[in-house]
Design a binder for this molecule. Sequence first.
Ligand SMILES: [Fe+2]
Length: 417
Amino acid sequence: MFFAACVSLSLVVPLLALVPVPIWTQPEQVHLSYPGEPGSMVVTWTTFSKAESKVEYGLLGGRLFEMTVGGKYTLFVDSGEEKRKMFIHRVTLTDLKPAAVYVYHCGSDDGWSDVFSFTALNDSTSFSPRFALYGDLGNENPQSLARLQKETQLGMYDVILHIGDFAYDMHEDNARIGDEFMRQIQSIAAYVPYMTSPGNHESTYWNLGSAHIVSISTEVYFYLEFGLELLFKQYEWLKKDLEEANKPENRAARPWIITMGHRPMYCSDDDQDDCTKFDSYVRLGRNDTKPPAPGLEDLFYRHGVDLELWAHEHTYERLWPVYGDKVYNGSKEQPYQNPKAPVHIITGSAGCREKTDLFNPNPRDWSAFRSTDYGYTRMQVVNTSHIYLEQVSDDQYGNVIDSIWVVKEKHGSSAWS
Ligand SMILES: [Fe+2]
C-alpha cells in the first residue's frame, strides 16, 4: 500500500511540475463608472491572479502618473461548474477638476494596463451632457460596437447608458463570454463612464447637468423566485427618490427626470413580450401576487418623469407622449413641446446574436416612429428646457434616421394639465 502510494505520487508530482500555471496579474476589462459624487470616477478591472489595486494618473499635459491612489479587490467566484476565480479591482478617484482631461493606467507593480484618458464630469447644472444609449449588445453580432468605439474615442460622448442585456450571456462558458464582452467594450468603457441598468438587486440614480437619471431593474417583475420583496423594496426606494427629486429646490436645479429600465411598458413588436400586452407587468403591476404588486406607470406619471428609456425589444421605437394607453401630445403641430405625458424611447437594437425583432404590422396610435435597423441613440440634455434625441442606423453606415427635440417650459406633474 505504502509502495503503491509512493509510486503514484512519484508519477504525479513530476507531471504536475511540468504543467505551467499561468500567472494572471495583468489588468484587463478596464472600465469607468460615475458614482454620482461630483469630482469622482471609479476605475474597475479584472485580474485572474491576486494583485494590488492601484491607479496612477495625472492631468493631460502634466507629469504622467504624478498621483497614485489605491483601492480594493474582491474575489469573485463564478457559479459555473469550473468555479473560475477572478479578482475585481475598484479604485475611486476623487477631487477631479470638472471638465479636465486625465491620463491614467491601472494595475500594480505586477502589471499595468495600457494608458487611457477620460474627461472628469462637469458638476455644473449648466453642463450639457452627451450620451450614447442602447440595450441588448452582445459578444456575438455586436453590430454597433465598432462605431460606438470610434465615436467614443472621437470624444462624442460624456457617458454611455447601457440599458440592460449584456454579452449574451455573461455567465456562459463559465463566464468567458462575459470576460470577452468586457474586453470588447474596454475601448469604450475605459474612456467614458459606462453606466448600466442594474440586474436584479438594486436601483441607482445620479445627477448630471440639468438631469436626474434613475436606473431601475424591471426584472423584479418577472423573476419572482428572487423574492417579491425586491419588487416592493425597489418600488419604495423609487418613490422616495422621486419625491426627493421633486422637492422644489431639487427640481429647480435638475428639472429633467429621466428613467432607464430594461423592459418597456409599451412596444409594438411582433412577439409576445410584456410590452405588447395591454396589462404589461411593468406598466400596471401584477395581480397574481400576494399582495398585488404596483406597476411603474402611475408612479412615474405622478412624479412628472419626463423621459423613459427602455430596451429589450431588438428594435428602435419612439412613442408619442403616452399615459394610460392614450396619447397626450403637447399639440398637434408640436407633439413634444410641453407634452402632457412622459415620452418613451425603446432602443434595444445595438446588436446581439438574437438579431433584430419584427414589428406588429398594425401599431397602436401611440407609436410614432419604428425601425428594425441595428443602431443606437444619441441624447443631449442641452439645458433645463431642451433635450435632443437622435437615432443612428448602423445598417445605414451611421445615418441619423430619426430625431426629436423634447421641449418643456415646465416640469413636474403640474406640467401634465
Ligand atoms: Fe432583454
